[in-house]
Design a protein around this ligand. Structure first.
Ligand SMILES: [Mg+2]
Length: 189
């Protein structure tokens, strides 16, 4: 299915359409000792990072990630407006099995929505009118070359307080604003 005349919306997977953080936290708690503090993601604690690596290296881990509703709300709007939707995900450099599982996840859940899957090391290289991504560094890299690009950022703990005029943070309560900004970008040249 190709809708080549339509504007492109790029969707991230982990933290956007797939609940990477939620599943990871659940798995970290499962193997935590009663004597350690509650695990916190992205806190730079080395034993948690090591456990994260072990957890996410399991065969089937990426394939079985649950959906994240915030991202799916935005996906539905992109489809309604008529965007050509592609997945833009970063391939973990040391976990090649994850690449195929991510593609399989897309085939399972997204075949009615998407025109393609792009696995990139640098998301900044990929063109789109809209990017939907939760990770501030990737957003900054992508916007650097796209002054008119619009970014929708699904809210999470690691992007609290992020602010940029082209970025709208979606926390589940401001769907009308998301729809309006995505419509405006779609109508613009
Ligand atoms: Mg992400």
């Amino acid at each position: 299915m190709t809708r080549s005349n339509n504007k492109i919306a790029l969707f991230d997977m982990d933290g956007t359409l797939a609940d990477y953080d939620g599943q990871l936290l659940k798995d970290l708690k499962k193997i935590a000792s009663d004597h350690e503090p509650e695990p916190r993601l992205y806190s730079g604690v080395s034993y948690l990072e090591a456990r994260r690596h072990v957890i996410t290296s399991q065969a089937g881990w990426f394939l079985n990630l649950p959906k994240l509703q915030l991202g799916w709300d935005i996906l539905q709007i992109a489809k309604e407006i008529g965007y050509s939707i592609s997945i833009l995900t970063k391939g973990p450099s040391s976990k090649h099995i994850a690449w195929s599982e991510k593609v399989e996840w897309c085939n399972r859940h997204l075949s009615e929505y998407i025109d393609g899957v792009i696995i990139a090391h640098d998301k900044g290289l990929v063109y789109g009118a809209v990017l939907v991504d939760d990770w501030p560094d990737y957003i900054d890299g992508w916007l650097q070359h796209r002054p008119r690009g619009v970014v929708i950022m699904p809210a999470s703990e690691h992007n609290v307080g992020y602010s940029h005029p082209n970025v709208i943070r979606y926390d589940g309560t401001n769907l009308d604003e998301i729809r309006r900004r995505m419509r405006e970008r779609f109508a613009a040249s």
